[in-house]
Design a protein. Structure first.
Length: 221
């Protein structure tokens, strides 16, 4: 299979205006990925699927990633006057990076017997900008997995044929895989809470409605 640098160049040559960045992976897997801008992501992935040499015809997995707002420390070069002499010195600065969500796709070729090529897309933010193009029209295997990311992370996939919750119930609020998700004190569908959940749930026992005036029955010893 071609190198990731070659694949990047071919995408940019085939898709006018496409922006592709190679994202390194410092972990043991050492699998770098291609970050593609949202406007051209669908066309770029379609190119990867249909190109005669690549033929990445199988999407094995789609996963979500949550990146919170964070502050990164960096060192910059600045010029200052020291004892009447202009010198270049290092200065520590902090850069605030707003949070975002990602969808990561692992693509393989069953025809050419190679892969994976890992493609990722990134939302504008974690709020109103949490929208990405759906790859389900290209890979049917992405349908349920994009629904899972929508359910658990809150990413809206534009163009998905049936975008709705898949694990949590329809009335559930929030997205439990987000890093800032706060568990409720009282789990409505947890009849026998234990440990930390029990301590939080006790505050709500008196608020639970009774049936025909009867007191709620505690399941605790």
């Amino acid at each position: 299979m071609e190198s990731l640098e070659q694949i990047k160049s071919r995408i940019e040559a085939a898709i006018a205006g496409a922006s592709v960045t190679i994202v390194p992976n410092p972990g043991p897997a050492n699998q770098p990925s291609l970050l593609i801008d949202n406007e051209h992501a669908f066309a770029a992935v379609q190119f990867l699927r249909d190109d005669a040499e690549l033929r990445l015809d199988y999407c094995s997995s789609v996963t979500g990633v949550d990146w919170l707002d964070r502050t990164v420390k960096k060192t910059v070069k600045v010029k200052e006057i020291v004892d009447g002499v202009e010198k270049e010195i290092d200065r520590a600065e902090e850069e605030k990076i707003p949070g975002y969500l990602e969808a990561v796709y692992h693509l393989y070729s069953t025809v050419r017997k190679h892969g994976p090529v890992i493609v990722r897309m990134r939302t504008t933010d974690r709020l109103d900008g949490a929208h990405l193009p759906s790859m389900t029209p290209l890979y049917r295997s992405a349908e349920f997995q994009e629904r899972e990311i929508y359910d658990l992370y809150g990413v809206t996939f534009e163009g998905h044929p049936d975008l709705r919750r898949i694990l949590m119930w329809d009335e559930f609020e929030d997205h439990p895989m987000r890093k800032d998700y706060v568990q409720p004190d009282d789990f409505e569908y947890e009849p026998t809470p234990h440990d930390e959940v029990l301590e939080r749930a006790k505050e709500h026992y008196s608020e639970r409605p009774t049936i025909d005036g009867a007191e709620p029955v505690s399941t605790q010893p």
